[in-house]
Ligand binder design. Structure first.
Ligand code: FAD
Ligand code: N01
Length: 536
């Protein structure tokens, strides 16, 4: 379905977003015999992997795990070319899924949902789009993504620059050619850390504007090893099952020991081993790295030592070595030659802690130590995460209450799946669920399967309305906060805490209890007749 075809006036379900979440939801709703359409702002499927086409964009969950598990033939047929897949390959995979399951005929592309309003009299949602569609649906499923509201910083003069500007999260479809150009990169989060080494190979000069350094682990990416691929494919069902029980939904070894229980030599050997293996499994070196500051310090110091060894200029190395947050409490980055890139003659780091940005000008960027001229500026400045995309839609629940007001002091959900006062509205990987702390395809499948189970339960009993109770929601929000406070996470000014957006409430948004534990909780609630939900 393209945007030129009109959306039906009435449907069982509207799904917003055609990333992995929306696509799988559509597939499952069809299985229930429900009429459903996806409404998607982009002109293609893939969500994150459609929008984030910046150089170096790549997954940091291994390809064998960052893929759908719901269809055995799909997981057997698809072949990944690298240990960690790059964005173009993941986008091809998303398109393959759309074609294989014939999803496109039910997707309205290039159409943005502007509002969703619940009507108590009819028990239905009215969804309005920027193309003037008005669709009535019993269920409204937000598969809008946690990292899909890209954000430009509030830097004075940002509109004055006359050269090229890019945001990593809205990268053009055509290749951007930086050959011979002077390029500024603002930001040093995961996106920047992936993009900088690749841009530096092409551009004449790259100047990185860093406010806060991040910890990054080498990916050790490599072409897919056929034996490794086979070891997964021959045992996919069991391996997926094990992954679903893990804290992050990723199957890797987590050492049950505490980092402070072992002696320094043993600890260093373990960190060296994980550093050599590469990837986020580094954080599994000891089970308590995110729980105990003393343990965390040992891992953080190990990585700082690596940075000092990799970066030749001592002042640059020191500026790149994070000291303001425990390792892992901001999303750990995974790179290919990031730190080494600063040894190139065409790459310069500007430490904004010493010399803050004062303004963007017509020709460049002015900091407190002077102005530098550029041909292009890359904003790798991140997202209004978890709540941003939802709150860009005017969502109205019972009695006209607005989600923006209800979440004024931070998001409140039951299980990250539903919101009290908003019947029949679901949020896939919403705040209050493990979501961004996990392999998100595992979390997406779990949410979609759970919602499908609930809708089947309702169908079987002739029920038309489900809503989270205020009491269940309050208890879940409290539990989420208690669990977060037992960890080191709240001590970092991260986007998990809303800290990257001026004025955003500082609340730890995802659920840190673990993917396996959370799944059990959701299943238990379902088994008890959907405890905490009102069904009618
Ligand atoms: P998305 O893929 O974000 O899709 C949401 C869709 O909703 C988008 O297409 C958007 O256009 C659409 N949409 C939003 N609002 C509206 C609206 N109002 N109207 C119409 N359409 C709308 N996760 C991992 O687990 N491992 C990784 O290695 C990893 N790497 C990442 C790298 C990058 C650069 C980024 C940004 C994220 C990464 N993630 C990673 C997280 C990633 O977002 C998820 O893995 C997953 O792709 C999310 O799928 P989704 O369907 O939930 O959301
Ligand atoms: O965004 P970020 P991202 N002046 O918010 C800086 C996923 N992802 O797009 O920390 C100067 O992490 C900001 O500085 P500071 C992953 O979940 C995964 O990189 O606020 N600088 C920071 O350095 C990730 O966590 C992969 O001081 C400013 C940067 O911009 C999430 O997406 C790859 C500024 C933003 O970093 C977001 O990552 C890519 C200003 N005014 C993304 N404003 C994988 O590899 C902001 N910054 C899996």
């Amino acid at each position: 379905m393209s945007h030129t075809q009109t959306l039906p006036k009435s449907l069982d379900a509207v799904i917003v977003g055609a990333g992995f979440g929306g696509m799988y939801m559509l597939h499952r709703l069809r299985g229930l015999g429900l009429s459903a359409r996806i409404i998607e702002a982009a002109d293609g499927v893939g969500g994150t992997w459609y929008w984030n086409r910046y150089p170096g964009a790549r997954c940091d969950v291994e390809s064998m795990q960052y893929s759908f598990s719901f269809d055995e033939a799909l997981q057997q047929d698809w072949t990944w070319s690298e240990r960690f897949a790059a964005q173009p390959e993941i986008l091809r995979y998303a398109n393959h899924v759309a074609d294989r399951f014939d999803l496109r005929r039910d997707i309205a592309f290039e159409t943005r949902v502007e509002s969703a309003t619940y009507d108590e009299a009819t028990d239905r949602w009215t969804v309005r789009t920027d193309r003037g569609d008005v669709v009535s649906a019993r269920f409204c499923i937000m598969a809008t993504g946690c990292l899909s509201a890209a954000r430009l910083p509030d830097i004075p003069g940002i509109g004055d620059f006359r050269g090229e500007t890019y945001h990593t999260g809205y990268w053009p479809q055509q290749k951007v050619d930086f050959t011979g150009k002077r390029v500024a990169v603002i930001g040093t989060g995961s996106s920047a850390i992936q993009a900088i080494p690749v841009i530096a190979e092409e551009a004449a000069q790259v100047t990185v504007f860093q406010r806060t350094p991040n910890f990054s682990i080498p990916s050790r990416n490599a072409p897919m090893d056929e034996d490794y691929e086979q070891s997964w494919k021959s045992d996919y069902a069991a391996k997926r099952q094990q992954a679903r029980a893990m804290r992050t939904g990723i199957l890797y070894g987590i050492n049950p020991q505490s980092a402070v229980e072992v002696d320094a030599a043993e600890r260093t050997a373990e960190y060296e081993r994980r550093w050599a293996t590469g990837g986020t499994a580094f954080m599994g070196a000891y089970h308590d790295l995110i729980l105990n500051k003393a343990s965390n310090d040992t891992a953080a110091e190990f990585v700082r030592g690596k940075i000092r060894a990799l970066v030749q200029d001592p002042e640059t190395a020191e500026a790149l070595a994070p000291k303001d947050h425990p390792i892992g409490t901001k999303r750990i980055c995974v790179d290919t030659h990031y730190y080494e890139t600063y040894n190139r003659p065409n790459v310069t780091l500007v430490n904004l802690r010493k010399h803050p940005i004062e303004a963007i000008t017509a020709t460049g960027i002015r900091t407190s130590d002077g102005e530098r001229e550029f041909d292009a500026i890359v904003f790798a400045t991140g997202f209004d995460a978890m709540t941003g995309t939802l709150l860009r839609i005017d969502i109205r629940g019972r009695g006209g209450r607005s989600l923006a007001q209800d979440w004024e002091h931070g998001p409140r959900t039951y299980l990250g799946l539903m919101i009290a006062g908003y019947p029949n509205l679901f949020t896939i990987t919403g705040p209050g669920s493990p979501s961004v702390l996990s392999n998100m395809i595992v979390s997406i499948e779990q949410h979609v399967d759970w919602i499908t189970g609930l809708l089947a339960h309702m169908q079987a009993r002739g029920l038309g309305c489900v809503e989270a109770t205020e009491e269940a929601q309050e208890a879940w929000v409290r539990h989420g906060m208690e669990v977060a406070e037992r960890t080191l996470y709240p001590s970092a000014a991260s986007w998990y805490m809303g800290a990257n957006i001026p004025g955003k409430p500082r609340v730890f948004m995802p659920y840190i209890g673990g993917v396996g534990v959370y799944r059990e909780k959701c299943d238990e609630i379902a088994a008890q007749g959907y405890e905490g939900f009102r069904l009618a």
